[in-house]
Structures are given as structure tokens and as C-alpha cells.
Design a protein around this ligand. Structure first.
Ligand code: NDP
Ligand code: 2IT
Length: 446
């Protein structure tokens, strides 16, 4: 690591204590950018890196709400508006008890480069709350969402900042948030994405992240003369992204054999297909956070407290959360002959696990490239809202497929151009960075 890059990183650590995930995301990015800075000293003179690691705006606010028994609770809400060089801030909202400012800063930082890769005009942001949706009634979730939006509405808008879903925020929450925004502003605009189909949402948005990740896997496999048909897949999580990925793999003739939850993982040797995929939606909606229910219903094996990476599969797609693939998991995957690791969650692979995967030379795609289908389809939802004209499912899916193929090819070309062929992580980081950096230079000292 050059002295300059090391200084930037050390400053980030000193100025943002207790934010290990943010440090991790920045470090991963800076390692890839070393070669770019050597070839382009103008970015160093313009202090682009130092500017990029500082959010343009970082908001936190109180969210008071009342439960069904009349008791009052206070949660903390956030919105990190990271970078608006190429478009309005765009990125999801996460409701999960593990949410902190540091987690949202890492997600917002990743989002900037991911959104740049989509080729759409969207900047990067992320928000959320430490609110725990587990076990809450619909009314409690509604009151929470209304209170959250009562503060957030001041900072967002269809040309300013357009939030969407992430962990713990799906169609129901987006509905409650949108309803409250509309009341407060007295306007019907595309201020959120992931909306219901009858009120401005886009077809395919719920499926988009998972579908996009599988399209990306398909492109990666093609470079090795391989295909999805006949391959086995390990998936973690059982939420929105896991569901979309499982559905597309099944359509393309692959077999998903695992899902996981906070309680452990299930192994279904016959494959998760047909009504079992629909059952995933019921499981998620139950808010019980238990994957064991799947094992009980379909009489398959359940491994309590374990992650699914010890199972013999061809392809692994983590779809749950950050740092869910550790060093030992990476070793297990390789030992069992896995040929491809595609990140569908954000930063699911630890730095140590990535080093092992990198040395093995199996196919690896970073989340900011392979999970970009979700936000890309959010961008397509914004286009449809601006035109006030909805597209068919086929049209959206075709565009999504084209975008994912383009991101894949951009990663490959950029990695090659900067001297690290086949390294999708470097390709994604560098390509995502260049567009944002050039826009910042064009716009002066911002
Ligand atoms: P969901 O809330 O639908 O599902 C999340 C899944 O991950 C659940 O199974 C959840 O279980 C599990 N999970 C979440 N946090 C933890 C944790 N700390 N420990 C163990 N398990 C956990 O979210 P999504 O499917 O939308 O998101 C999954 C991943 O994909 C996230 O990393 C998200 O950032 C990423 N992503 C999502 C996109 C989208 O469009 N939705 C787009 C791009 C990336 P539980 O809640 O019980 O902990
Ligand atoms: O991490 C992500 O890209 C998302 N949660 C989707 C963001 C969006 O604006 O659709």
C-alpha cells in the first residue's frame, strides 16, 4: 500500500472510530485504487479520495412510536447522503437492530460505486433505523414508519434523495412510508422506489436484485464455458434477495439446495422449486425469522446455528448480510469444489475470506457489481415515474438483463485495462470510481 493511500485510510480510521464496517469497505476500495492513482495523479491533487470518504450530509434523528399496548419506544433514524456527483442520492433503508451509523456509512459508500456501475444517473445514499421489525404487528410497523418519515421527509425528494428497501424494509414498509410522505408534502411523486404496482411501482423490482445476481453468475460462468443448468447452488438468507435468486436459478435449470436464517440453515437435496419458492415469501412475512419452519414443513435437514457454506455446491450466493463468509467458510467452499462465489448481499465476504478466494482464482464477484440489479431497477422505476408511463415486465426484465451484462463486461474490461485480468473486484471498484471522480472534477470543488 502506498504511503498516500495508507494516510487516507489511517485518517478515516482516526476520524471515524467504532465504525469497523466502514473502515473495511473503504480499505477494500482503496487497495483497488492504488494503480489508478499512480496513472492519474490528478485525482490525488484534487483530493478526490479524501472527499469521497466524507458523506456530503449525515442525518440522525429521533423516532418515537407507540406499541399496541400503549407503551412508548424511541429508536434512532439515519440517512447518509454520501455522494450526489452523478445524480440524486439513491439507496435503501435498513430496519434491523444491528443498524448503526457506521454500518449505514459502509453501505452508502458501496452504493456510490454500485450506482455508478449501473450506468444510470443516480448518486449514493443509505438510511435506516435500529428498529427491530421482528414480532411487530402491522399497526406497530405502520406507526413506526409514519414517525420515521415525519422527520425524513425534510431531506428527501424525487430530485434530491430517493430511498428504497433493504433488510427489514419491503413492500409493506415502503407503502407506509410513501403514504406519510404524500400526506406531509401533498404531492404524488416517485420519492421512494419499490412501490406497489398500482401506485407507481415497477414490475420486476421485487425480483430484481436476485434476478440480476443470477444474470451476473451466468455471464461469469460463460467466460469458462459453463452454464447454470445442472449446477447446484448454496444460498444464505431467505429474504427478498434470496427469493429472487432462487426463482431465477430454478427457471434456468439450476438447483438451490440451501437457505438460512438467524437460527441455522436447511439442506433440501431435491432443490427449492415450485411452491417451496412461494413458501419463502410466507416465511418472510411471518416475521418469525425462523428457517427451521421450512425444514419442518418439507421434512428436510436443519442444521442449528450453522451457516450453509459447508455443503458441496458449484456456486455460492450469499444473500443475507455483511461478513457472513469468514475464512473457514471460504476454505470449506473451495474444499468442496465450489467454482463461483457471487455476492448478492452487501460485503458478505470478510477481507480474510476474500484473500483465500482470490488466491484460488475461482470466479468471484463483489456485491457492488453483482447485486446492482436491485438499484438499477429502482432507477428504471424512477424513469417510469418521470414519464408517468409504466413498462411491461418483459421490458423491465430485458433492460435489467442488459444492464447486468454490461456491468459484467465493464468489470472484465476494466480489470484487464488496469493490469489485473479476471479480477472482478478491481474491475468493479475502478470502473465505479472513475465515473464519479470525473464528475466531481467537472463540477469543481464540491
Ligand atoms: P430481507 O430483510 O428481505 O432478508 C434479509 C435476510 O438476511 C433474512 O434472512 C435475515 O434474517 C438475514 N439477516 C439480516 N441481518 C442478519 C444478521 N445480522 N445476521 C444473520 N442474518 C441476518 O433483506 P434483503 O433480502 O433485501 O437483503 C439481503 C441482503 O441483500 C442485504 O445485505 C442487503 O443489503 C442486500 N441487498 C438488497 C437489495 C434489495 O433490493 N433488497 C439490493 C442489493 C443488496 P433476519 O432478519 O432474521 O436477521
Ligand atoms: O443495497 C442496495 O442496492 C439496495 N438495498 C437497493 C437500493 C435501491 O435504491 O433500490
Amino acid at each position: 500500500m502506498s504511503e498516500y493511500i495508507e494516510n487516507v485510510l489511517n485518517n478515516v480510521k482516526a476520524q471515524n472510530p467504532n465504525e469497523p464496517e466502514f473502515h473495511q469497505a473503504v480499505e477494500e476500495m482503496l487497495i483497488s485504487l492504488e494503480v489508478v492513482l499512480e496513472r492519474h495523479p490528478e485525482y490525488k491533487h484534487a483530493k478526490i479520495l479524501e472527499r469521497m470518504v466524507e458523506p456530503e450530509r449525515s442525518i440522525s434523528f429521533r423516532v418515537p412510536w407507540m406499541d399496541d399496548q400503549g407503551e412508548i419506544h424511541i429508536n434512532r433514524g439515519y440517512r447518509i447522503e454520501m455522494n450526489s456527483a452523478i445524480g440524486p442520492y439513491k439507496g435503501g433503508l435498513r430496519f434491523h437492530p444491528s443498524v448503526t451509523r457506521g454500518i449505514l456509512k459502509f453501505l452508502a459508500f458501496e452504493q456510490v460505486f454500485k450506482n455508478s456501475l449501473t450506468t444510470l444517473p443516480i448518486g449514493g445514499g443509505k438510511g435506516g433505523s435500529d428498529f427491530d421489525p421482528k414480532g411487530k404487528s402491522d399497526n406497530e410497523v405502520m406507526r413506526f414508519c409514519q414517525s420515521f418519515m415525519t422527520e425524513l421527509f425534510r431531506y428527501i425528494g424525487p430530485n434530491v434523495d430517493v430511498p428504497a428497501g433493504d433488510i427489514g424494509v419491503g413492500g409493506r414498509e415502503i407503502g407506509f412510508l410513501f403514504g406519510q410522505y404524500k400526506r406531509l408534502k401533498n404531492e404524488f411523486t416517485g420519492v421512494l422506489t419499490g412501490k406497489g404496482i398500482s401506485w407507481g411501482g415497477s414490475l420486476i423490482r421485487p425480483e430484481a436484485t436476485g434476478y440480476g445476481a443470477v444474470y451476473f453468475v451466468n455471464e461469469m460462468l460463460k467466460t469458462k464455458g459453463e452454464e447454470i443448468e445442472g449446477k447446484t447452488f448454496a444460498i444464505s438468507g431467505f429474504g427478498n434477495v434470496a427469493w429472487g435468486a432462487t426463482k431465477k436459478i430454478d427457471q434456468l435449470g439450476g438447483k438451490v439446495v440451501t437457505l438460512s436464517g438467524p437460527d441455522g440453515f436447511i439442506y433440501d437435496k431435491d432443490g427449492i422449486n415450485g411452491e417451496k419458492i412461494d413458501y419463502m415469501l410466507k416465511l418472510r412475512a411471518s416475521a418469525n425469522d425462523r428457517i427451521k419452519d421450512y425444514a419442518d414443513k418439507y421434512k428436510v435437514d436443519f442444521y442449528e446455528g450453522k451457516r450453509p457454506w459447508s455443503v458441496k455446491v458449484d456456486v455460492a450466493i450469499p444473500c443475507a448480510t455483511q461478513n457472513e463468509i469468514m475464512e473457514d467458510d471460504a476454505k470449506e467452499l473451495l474444499k468442496n469444489g465450489c467454482i463461483c462465489l457471487c455476492e448478492a448481499a452487501n460485503m458478505p465476504t470478510t477481507h480474510e475470506a476474500y484473500k483465500i478466494i482470490e488466491e484460488s482464482h475461482i470466479l468471484f464477484s463483489p456485491g457492488k457489481a453483482s447485486n446492482a440489479g436491485g438499484v438499477a431497477t429502482s432507477g428504471l422505476e424512477m424513469s417510469q415515474n418521470s414519464m408517468r408511463f409504466p413498462w411491461s415486465a418483459e421490458e423491465v426484465d430485458t433492460r435489467l438483463h442488459e444492464i447486468m451484462t454490461r456491468i459484467h463486461d465493464t468489470c472484465v474490461e476494466t480489470a484487464e485495462r488496469f493490469g489485473t485480468p479476471n479480477n472482478y473486484l478491481n474491475g468493479a471498484n475502478i470502473a465505479g470510481f472513475l465515473k464519479v471522480a470525473d464528475a466531481m472534477i467537472d463540477q469543481g470543488l464540491v
